[in-house]
Ligand binder design. Sequence first.
Ligand SMILES: *Cc1c(COP(=O)(O)O)cnc(C)c1O
Length: 459
Amino acid sequence: MKKKIPHRLYLSEDQLPKQWYNLRADMKELPDPMLNPANFQPATAEELYAVFCNELAHQELDNTTRYFDIPEEIQEFYKMYRPSPLIRAYHLEKALGTPAKIYYKYEGNNTSGSHKLNSAVAQAYYAKKQGLSGLTTETGAGQWGTALAEACSYFNLPLIVYMVKVSYEQKPFRKSVMQTFDAQIIPSPSNTTNVGRKILEQNPNTGGSLGCAISEAVEKAVSTPGYRYVLGSVLNQVLLHQSVIGLESKTALEMLDEYPDIVIGCAGGGSNLGGLIAPFMQDKLLGKASPRIIAVEPASCPSLTRGKYAYDFCDTGKVTPLAKMYTLGCGFIPSPNHAGGLRYHGMSPVLSKLYHDGYMEAVAVEQTKVFEAAVLFAKQETILPAPESAHAIRGAIDEALKCKETGEAKTILFGLTGTGYFDMTAYNSYLEQTMTDFIPSDEDLQKAFSQLPKIPGIQ
Ligand SMILES: *Cc1c(COP(=O)(O)O)cnc(C)c1O
């Protein structure tokens, strides 16, 4: 008899992961090390201590420890909103008329509305344990700032958030949520830092960018005693924490006797994708399985599909270490009409390396296509997705439609990273048909590439 697969599968508390999985431990070739921009030597733990909490600096540099115990306190916090459900998209499958089986891991069931809380709580926990006086960070669309505000208020840790100015103006309620959790919000660029003042001087009307907000948050952290900086994506430590998404997904699929043929995630800085694919990529690296792994990025900010694999700064102000990654150049700022998040110029060094070595694929999609997928999904599955998440939906729908043509009943797993309630301005512009697509020209990209740092003997 055919086993009936439930619509939603929740693991029990005792099935939740007790360790995070570090993908780097199984990579055949490691990503190139982060470099100190002052001497172009690999950044050391001591150098990172000035910016990051000590424990997080160790996690950042540790390429060999395969599993890290999740501290009890963090496990307890996770239980307030985890496990997240693994959902079979029966209604979407039917609407598409596809033989494919579509599953999604839904990370929007918490106040931050995204997967970002998974790393926020870890980072706040280690900062508290080290006895720090506070943290600084940046936020673009606002999900990371919200997640970190929730986590910091839980551990009674002061937080300063540099919020990209356009978002600050377009999403006043995001600001209110963060303030509910006691965070101090500063629109970026601001006159509270040297780099902010410099950027404002050159470009007084700028709406800001993530890269610029990062520069301000880093400067503020290193110039305020007892403060450290935390980042919600891109870094190795963040991918490590986000591995809970993939580990839970894999256990849930095993309970259903399923294994994905295709794993799909949206890619901004790469943290949800890196977390979702972690145990499946492990199988691939160890030769146990060979799922296709697909990153979906915006055509307006196409770091994997059109970027260069090179050392670059992680921020516009050039205050961070250099990372080897697919990048559009740290001066790249996506067109202001780009509504869907995922606006970071670079990509996680781990994912960049895996992509470079052929372990995963990437596609770039235009935002009107993304919102079309978002609306179809919302109507079928009754979850209003974040525009970022809708990139993964687009990718999953496109693969499911290919299955319809070939008649193959593939199993597709995608990451539904969050909800879109604070993105209704973007939804409106799609619904009113004022949304347009913007694809940067080769000249635009060339201009940003020409600013890549010159590194003696390397690039
Ligand atoms: C931040 C965010 C993303 C993109 O970030 P990654 O680090 O690439 O995962 C995707 N979806 C949602 C809902 C987000 O908040």
